[in-house]
Design a protein around this ligand. Structure first.
Ligand code: SAM
Ligand code: SF4
Length: 482
């Protein structure tokens, strides 16, 4: 059965509409209208952003088109302030787990594409998967994102088995407590199966919101060639009661300014359709070189480091309550900078080859990867650096396990919530990390970070709970959260 027959019901619902919510001409006319915003225009937008209200497209267009150094610095300063106010000084850690690189699609930029004969294809067996998970747990990971190509070999039943397997692996002190998913768009029936096995966030990156570029990058005779099938992936997830969804763009395929507008329009679409529930996170990978993939060496719209910083700050200002993920595709220098501008989640200790954790124990697998990594430091190194940047590493997975996602989550006053729940939970999960996995050096600096954070709660109701939980952790209990 081909794709269109298999997904007929879900596919037609969106395909018969006259237009989707990305209007290329409108986006360009908004960007053109604000080709040269004045300092006053920019400052007016910043005034609204300061109130932590999601910006409208024209306001974001003003920030995108701003080339004035002085007000760009003001944008950076406000992005940093909003990040601290909304997310506290936490950085949430995760690591991807590549399950399969078999793929029927032929995306021009990706090392997994079907016409690339320079990589050996591999799908993990359940035993191999268990081995990968054990290594990740033993390095201190608690959160993962499972990554799959798009192939009949990795259909929904297989993917559900892998999720169950990941959750079933326990070691003396740890387990993976949250498995997010990065896979191809699915039909509602399939997504309902994912819901049942308890996935975390369901991520699909649109890659590019620009219709024409999308066509050029994804051959029409492949599943991925269908722009709208992908564009409405998060709608179908929401309709299947997965209310924790994520979006993203692969930067370098088209003009970054257009793509930022696309991400904003996507956010607005989801918020309007699903009672104010927008994407949980936004990812913004830049294309990095992949073996046997000439396009990835010279992407047509490569984004400079300077523009990359700007786009991260603009996203932080435009969608203050949406998490921003910066992956290890970026170098450690770039990551250090954009963390200050609004990034709330990073991966570390990452291996991206299928079976990479078992095979490489610390080094890249240059000949088998989908793309190359910029930051290849160990989890312990990145955790230690995070401490030295006055931030607290968090491995917390409490919200989705307590049902605080989607609409349920919207009721919480966010900054108070972060203070009373997220920071204490960061303290508990970081304490676990320090006791069970950290190097001596990290343990020392980490203990100081915990002390400082605990001290901030003195005199508050939650202080006693924090102290008690820290004692319980010392005595050997694990997985404490509020
Ligand atoms: N096959 C699924 C899909 O296409 O959505 C999920 C897995 S795919 C490996 C995950 C993401 O990797 C893609 O959405 C794309 O944004 C990103 N990617 C592909 N090629 C890349 C490259 N050369 N550099 C950086 N990221 C890349
Ligand atoms: Fe396959 Fe995804 Fe790579 Fe495209 S981006 S070739 S769909 S793995």
């Amino acid at each position: 059965m081909n794709f269109l027959e298999k997904y007929k019901k879900d596919f037609e619902e969106y395909d018969k509409m006259d237009r989707d919510f990305i209007d290329d001409d409108k986006i360009w006319s908004q960007l053109d209208k604000w080709k040269k915003p004045s300092k006053a225009d920019v400052r007016m937008v910043l005034k609204k952003a300061e109130q932590k209200i999601r910006l409208d497209p024209e306001e974001t267009a003003i920030l995108i088109q701003n080339k004035d150094r002085e007000t760009i610095e003001e944008m950076y300063a406000l992005a940093n302030k909003l990040k601290r106010e909304v997310y506290g000084d936490r950085i949430v850690f995760f690591a991807p787990l590549y399950i399969s690189d078999e793929c029927a699609n032929n995306c021009k930029y990706c090392g997994f594409r079907s016409s690339n004969h320079l990589i050996e294809r591999k799908t993990l067996t359940m035993d191999e998967l268990e081995q990968e998970v054990r290594i990740m747990i033993n390095e201190g990971q608690k959160r993962t994102v499972l990554v799959y190509g798009e192939s009949p070999k990795t259909d929904i039943d297989f993917m559900c088995e892998t999720v169950k397997k990941v959750y079933s692996v326990k070691t003396e002190n740890g387990e993976i407590r949250r498995a997010n998913i990065n896979c191809a768009p699915l039909a509602r029936e399939e997504l309902a199966k994912f819901k049942k096995v308890g996935i975390g966030t369901f991520q699909v990156f649109q890659e590019t919101y620009h219709h024409e570029t999308y066509r050029k990058m994804h051959p029409a005779n492949t599943i991925k060639g269908h722009y709208r099938w992908r564009l409405y992936a998060q709608d179908r997830a929401q309709d299947a009661k997965i209310d924790d969804v994520a979006i993203g763009v692969l930067f370098g395929l088209y003009d970054w300014r257009f793509e930022v507008m696309g991400l904003l329009y996507h956010t607005i679409h989801l918020e309007e359709k699903y009672n104010g529930v927008g994407p949980h996170t936004i990812s913004f990978p830049r294309i990095t070189p992949a073996i046997g993939t000439p396009y990835s060496d010279h992407p047509e719209y490569a984004v400079s480091d300077e523009d990359f910083k700007k786009l991260v700050a603009i996203l932080r200002l435009s969608v203050p309550y949406t998490g921003l993920i910066c992956t290890a595709r970026e170098s450690d220098e770039v990551r250090r900078e954009v963390i200050q501008l609004g990034v709330s989640q990073i991966d570390a200790g990452t291996r991206i080859g299928v079976g990479g954790y078992s095979k490489s124990m610390g080094n890249q697998l240059p000949d088998k990867e989908q793309f190359s990594l910029g930051d290849i430091r160990t989890l312990d190194d990145v955790v230690r650096e995070t401490c030295s940047m006055d931030s607290i590493p968090s491995f917390c997975t409490a919200c989705y396990r307590k049902g605080r996602t989607g609409e349920n989550f919207m009721g919480y006053a966010k900054s108070k919530f972060v203070h009373n729940f997220c920071i204490p939970n960061a303290i508990f999960t970081f304490k676990e990390y320090l006791m069970d996995y950290a190097s001596e050096e990290t343990r020392k600096i980490g203990a100081r970070v915990i002390e400082e954070h605990v001290a901030r709660f003195k005199g508050e109701k939650v202080y006693d709970i924090i102290i008690k939980n820290l004692e319980r952790l010392e005595k050997g209990e694990r997985d404490l959260h509020i």
